[in-house]
Design a protein around this ligand. Structure first.
Ligand SMILES: [Zn+2]
Length: 111
């Protein structure tokens, strides 16, 4: 599991923590003052990834004062997690600073 993540110029620790699992609705937590994200480690790895993305978006929602409703954070984190999971090359591309090179606009979406 990832141990830290940079978020808005600050390094946040990411840690497993069983104590946050007080019920099924509490799978993760973020602590702005401590720059800390806690993940319930009893979930399967894929769910932990979803929880991490959710807590990152919670932290951004708080830090940037976006005032998104929690249901929308959940929808966005589910969608964003799926994009990241289905496109492992995406983060490499963004980190590399490369240009988009192929011109294939105008095609229909493939399934
Ligand atoms: Zn939440």
């Amino acid at each position: 599991m990832i141990k830290s993540i940079k978020l808005m110029g600050r390094t946040w620790t990411v840690s497993p923590n069983r104590d946050i699992a007080i019920d099924d609705n509490n799978k993760g937590q973020f602590w702005d003052r401590k720059c800390e994200i806690l993940i319930d480690p009893t979930w399967v790895p894929q769910a932990q990834g979803e929880i991490l993305i959710h807590e990152v978006l919670e932290a951004l929602n708080f830090t940037l004062r976006l005032e998104m409703e929690h249901a929308n954070i959940t929808r966005l984190s589910n969608g964003f997690f799926a994009v990241l999971r289905d496109n492992p090359q995406l983060m490499k591309h963004i980190a590399s600073g490369s240009r988009i090179v192929s011109e294939q606009g105008g095609r229909e979406c493939k399934k």
